[in-house]
Design a binder for this molecule. Structure first.
Ligand code: GLU
Length: 462
């Protein structure tokens, strides 16, 4: 059987969540390694939470990251459509089929009754579960009430005893007592399937061989296993990857870190660095190297090697990784990336190729280029601190008589500082401040050589 993996994002957020990017990467690598297919299916059955444009942004972010899919709502495929709202007809039929076999039933309980039931359960310290009232209705009566148009849902009929178990490829044997599994709604009153029914039918129809998803879905899995068994379908291999955490171990959330892939793009992170960093969160390259490509990962990756401990997503480590990738790029590539990234940057290839070797070591994101290198293009208008006129006059005088080489400038400034009984360090600092507006930045004398004598002296004149 060919390996077919998928992600099934719901278009309910601004964009692709970085946690979903992580799951997508693992799914992609597993399929790619086996020469199989990686599929995207959009799960948009929760109509109340839909966010306009989310699907397009999810797909765009996956494309930007460089995780290609072989089938999906944008490119179609053998098992199209790949958007659940376009597949509605089949879900109802499958659910009716379960009713006919006694594995599901119509439920007519009103919201008020369910609320009352829940309150009572809470007061009695019982788990909040449907009490099965509508299970006792004669199926023929139920059917005729439905035909008369009475508002209803369809629930799965979970056995009262026994256990439902599965083997997780990462976590091993997992089992749940049926008595604690709710008679889950599978078709809602708006005739849309719930996640549980939709996911099982679609994974089956799309011949998904491996379901690899976040651990937050683990408690849903027994319901799915029951549904597979009700339908008499083969159960795919299942793995739950650990959910990404903040460094303080709380669940990754908007309040602590950006969570959308587009946020990282906007901040000047490179897709290769993001993927490398995500890959390294719960997995180590066998020879211990930190920097590796998705291709290199694919050659050696085994899903069982994923650690179950909480992977910590630390933006500082991602920045470090991003800096490594910036340094691995050729100046030409980096220049083109910077042009595309930041419209402030003048397209001056000659100057850019002089500047890049000076700033490349110091940049961790593309966004940092402009703040490091702006002074090469524009006279600073904001200064980190007030200038010292006496020190800048020493620098100006020394440089106005200097040849424009590194050695000559250095010698002149040192000599002039000695004569004036000032520390050369202070004069250099003043020079840097006057020319760049900042107290730290790329190597000073090399920068002055690019800037030129005339511009440097102009900036020292104030
Ligand atoms: N629609 C679910 C989500 O939003 C899919 C979970 C799964 O992969 O089964 O992530």
């Amino acid at each position: 059987m060919s390996v077919r993996t998928r992600i099934a994002p719901s278009p309910t957020g601004q964009d692709l969540h970085i946690g979903n990017a992580y799951t997508a990467l693992i799914n992609y690598v597993v399929a790619k390694k086996a020469g199989g297919q990686f599929i995207i299916r959009i799960e948009d059955t929760d109509r109340t939470r839909l966010v306009e444009g989310s699907e397009q942004r999810i797909l765009a972010s996956l494309g930007w990251l460089g995780i290609p899919h072989q089938e999906g709502p944008d490119i179609g495929g053998q098992y199209a459509p790949y958007r659940q709202s376009d597949r509605l007809e089949s879900y109802r039929k499958y659910a009716e089929n379960l009713i006919a076999k006694g594995h599901a039933y119509y439920c007519f309980c009103t919201a008020e009754r369910l609320e009352e039931m829940r309150k009572k359960q809470e007061a009695d310290h019982k788990p909040p579960m449907y009490d099965g009232l509508c299970k006792t209705i004669d199926p023929k009566d139920a059917k005729s009430r439905v035909e008369k148009g009475e508002r209803h849902v369809i629930r799965m009929n979970v056995p009262d005893d026994g256990v439902t178990a599965f083997t997780d490829l990462i976590r091993g044997e997992v089992s749940f007592e049926n008595a604690l599994i709710d008679d889950q709604v599978i078709i809602k009153s708006d005739n849309f399937p719930t996640y549980h029914l939709g996911v099982v039918i679609d994974d089956h129809e799309m011949k998904i061989s491996h379901i690899i998803r976040g651990e937050e879905w683990i408690s849903s899995t027994p319901k799915h296993i029951l549904l597979y068994n009700f339908f008499g379908w083969e159960i795919p291999k299942i793995a739950h990857v650990s959910v990404l955490r903040n460094p303080d171990r709380s669940k990754l959330s908007k309040r602590k870190n950006p969570v959308w892939v587009s946020d990282y793009k906007a901040k000047g992170y490179l897709p290769e660095a993001i993927l490398n960093y995500l890959a390294s969160l719960a997995w180590s390259y066998p020879d211990g190297r930190d920097v590796f490509s998705v291709g290199e990962m694919t050659d050696v990756f085994e899903i069982s090697q994923l650690k179950t401990s909480a992977p910590i997503f630390d933006v500082e480590k991602l920045r470090w990784m991003n800096g490594e990738y910036i340094r691995m790029m050729s100046d030409e590539d980096l220049m083109q990336q910077l042009y595309a990234f930041d419209s402030h940057i003048p397209h001056d290839d000659v100057k850019m190729k002089q500047i890049l070797p000076l700033v490349k070591e110091r940049m961790k994101t593309l966004a940092e280029f402009w703040s490091l290198a702006r002074f090469f293009f524009e006279k600073p208008d904001v200064f980190e601190r007030l200038g010292n006129i006496r020190l800048s006059a020493i620098a100006r005088e020394a440089l106005s008589e200097s040849d424009w080489t590194h050695e000559a400038m250095e010698k002149r400034v040192r000599e002039a500082s000695d004569v004036a009984h000032e520390k050369a360090r202070d004069v250099f600092m003043e020079l840097r401040l006057a020319v760049t507006g900042k107290t730290v930045g790329p190597p000073l004398l090399e920068s002055l050589m690019i800037l030129g004598k005339e511009e440097t002296l102009k900036r020292l004149t104030g």
